[in-house]
Design a protein around this ligand. Structure first.
Ligand code: GLC
Length: 633
């Protein structure tokens, strides 16, 4: 706490002095605390080009959050009631007194296509009457379009406003749910498909606001039992709260209250949030053609803070990111601590996106060098050691163990007995996938969908591997899709394994929730991946299947059972990312070229470095004379 105060003082004072209108108690956000020294970032260009917000953070837990003052029109009648906010209606009766400088202006002046903004979307065929079917034909009003129309209505109803501006979508908007838990919050990861749906629809404000407001939350003071996580962490979620203003009953203020995991079930820091934020930022620039957001000094600082946190040296021998259980979409114990594929795919993707967006400046040369080196090492590690197909299983089956040497083939000392019996029958002759996790003497052979799909999207997987993953999905359709796309992982843990690994989690029972449940939101990632590989028919088939039930079932969060036949036991209905995931899939199938806002192609530097590393790998060269080659890209 003391160190946080000192850090704040050290950077706040100079700025406060520069901005005489700011109240003495206010603290400026978007300060590169910690690793970035004040002097390096408080240059005159920083002060003039960075829209500094004068939102007031509060040091007490009770009064934390970004604040925006509103005046109740009558005593006791607060117009920004959570209810109205969450019903998605703007309250016109409130007056926002946010003391923002140009950010308010910037946010409000978000350009729409009609504003003359150059967008790749402009060059695309526009859907007639709102939508095209996946094969490009206009759907009849009585057909699938009604599902899409319903989805759009629901998505809009889930919009959350802050100071009158749309800034995100709540996780679920189930009117009949008695226990809301934290599903009334805007989750960073859940907003990604919403944001993409809005981008593809040409509605850019909400995405831009989301990017800029969550950026303000990044610098927030966050502690759990006196311990603070690293600067640069993005919250898992945030909530807009309307609270009475101190000392004045007639005034209320809106507060953006972030949760970095200090209130989340299990208290896990969301490693994926910052990575998704970078991915969305890049998609925003690509889709709108407006790179001014990513070029802002505060946004550039935000990107660097995330990168510094991820690229910081630790005890690791692996280039993969070491995280705790539950630090991503699977946000409770599922035995994925260590180096889970989902985080590695998002990490890789965020590095690639950041590299594209970082503006060259003297101070960032080291960071860019570290980023490039990590990209090479990470892709090599995942492609080589996470890949699994029939050939590789057979290789593992015949592994020698206890190899002490630099040229060990079985580098991680995997005992062949670890090959699970389900895998032997499960692996098709054609196809393969990236395993869930790799640790010393441990391979997690489970198939995790998001990690595999995003490895295709980001080109973390090679072209051949990407096709092989899709071959695998097609071959294992009955297991991975069955009645509703898409299994979050396969297979489920049962019995003693479930008891030990999940801690007897009653929500993660076999074939439910994270433990082999089926999540409709994964449709959008499946769609991007299959379009990227020129195989959209896979996504079309999945969307068709989803359309048979998803609206009738009220857009559940997930489905249970091996074949996804039941609506999830504790699944929320009207889950926003199920709705948005479906919409993104439809929009992309109608306009496949828009998938490029999300995909990354492998660059030639990386391919060259990678092939050099492959040829230096003992597994391929045992018996031949090798030379060790260091790679600095
Ligand atoms: C569940 C999911 C998590 C999601 C959250 C809000 O906790 O596991 O991934 O972000 O719900 O929908």
């Amino acid at each position: 706490m003391i160190s946080v105060v000192l850090k704040l003082l050290s950077v706040v004072l100079p700025i406060s002095l520069c901005r005489t209108k700011m109240a003495a108690s206010e603290t400026v956000l978007r300060l590169p605390l910690g690793s970035l020294s004040p002097s390096s970032h408080l240059s005159s260009s920083f002060l003039t080009s960075t829209p500094l917000l004068s939102f007031k953070p509060s040091s007490t837990r009770k009064r934390r959050g970004l604040r925006c003052t509103t005046i109740s029109m009558a005593r006791g009648n607060t117009f920004h009631s959570p209810d109205r906010v969450f019903k998605g209606k703007k309250s016109h009766s409130t007056r926002c007194k946010c003391q923002r400088n140009d950010v308010e202006e910037n946010i409000r002046s978000t350009l729409l296509p009609s504003d003359g903004l150059k967008s790749d979307l402009d060059e695309m065929p526009l859907p007639v009457n709102g939508s095209l079917s996946s094969n490009g034909n206009v759907q009849s009003a009585a057909g699938t379009n009604s599902i899409e129309d319903e989805a759009w209505d629901l998505l809009r109803q889930s919009i959350v406003y802050y100071c009158g501006s749309p800034i995100g979508t709540i996780a679920a908007n189930d009117p009949n749910s008695t226990s809301v838990l934290n599903y009334d919050q805007v989750f960073i990861r859940d907003f990604i498909p919403s944001g993409i749906a809005f981008l593809l629809k040409g509605e850019y404000d909400i995405v831009r606001n989301f990017i800029l407001y969550t950026l303000q939350l990044q610098s927030w003071e966050k502690t759990m039992d006196c311990h603070s996580p690293g600067q640069g962490l993005m919250p898992a979620s945030f909530k807009v709260k309307t609270v009475p203003l101190d000392g004045d009953d007639s005034m209320t203020e809106e507060v953006l209250d972030p949760d970095f995991g200090e209130a989340a079930i299990g208290r896990v820091a969301p490693v994926d949030s910052g990575l998704w934020w970078i991915i969305l930022l890049r998609a925003y620039g690509k889709c709108t053609g407006d790179v001014s957001v990513q070029e802002r000094v505060d946004v550039q600082t935000g990107i660097k803070m995330i990168l510094k946190l991820c690229l910081a040296d630790g005890f690791d021998m692996f280039p993969t990111l070491l995280v705790t259980d539950g630090s991503c979409m699977i946000d409770r114990r599922m035995g994925i601590h260590g180096h889970p594929l989902e985080i590695q795919a998002l990490f890789y993707s965020a590095l690639v996106c950041a590299r594209e967006m970082l503006t060259p400046e003297d101070g960032s040369a080291d960071l860019i060098r570290a980023l490039n080196n990590r990209l090479v090492a990470l892709s090599f590690h995942i492609r080589e050691y996470y890949w699994l197909d029939m050939k590789k299983i057979n290789e593992i089956y015949r592994y020698q163990t206890e190899e002490y040497s630099y040229d060990a083939v079985n580098k991680f000392n995997i005992y062949p007995d670890q090959i699970p019996s389900w895998l032997v029958d499960f692996m098709p002759n054609r196809g393969g996938y990236l395993i869930g996790n790799l640790q010393p003497a441990h391979m997690d052979f489970r198939f995790f969908s998001l990690g595999n799909l995003w490895s295709i999207v980001s080109s973390l997987a090679t072209n051949d591997q990407s096709h092989a993953i899709l071959d695998f999905v097609e071959a294992k359709w009955a297991e991975l899709v069955a009645d509703m796309p898409f299994k979050i992982c396969y297979p489920a843990m049962e019995g003693e394994e479930w008891r030990i690994i999940t801690g007897s989690d009653p929500k993660n029972t076999p074939w439910s929730y994270h433990n082999g449940g089926s999540w409709p939101t994964l449709l959008w990632q499946l769609t991007v991946a299959s379009i990227k590989m020129g195989r959209p028919e896979i996504a079309e088939k999945a969307v068709e299947l989803a359309e048979r039930r998803i609206a009738i079932d009220k857009w559940p969060e997930y489905y249970d059972t091996k074949r996804a036949r039941f609506i999830g036991k504790q699944a929320r209905l009207y889950q926003t990312w199920s709705i948005a995931g479906y919409l993104v899939a439809k929009l992309l199938l109608a306009n496949p070229s828009a998938a490029k806002f999300l995909t990354s192609e492998e660059d030639s530097d990386l391919t060259n470095a990678f092939s050099c590393m492959i040829s230096a790998n003992p597994r391929r060269t045992r018996g031949r004379k090798k030379t060790q080659q260091p790679f600095i890209v």
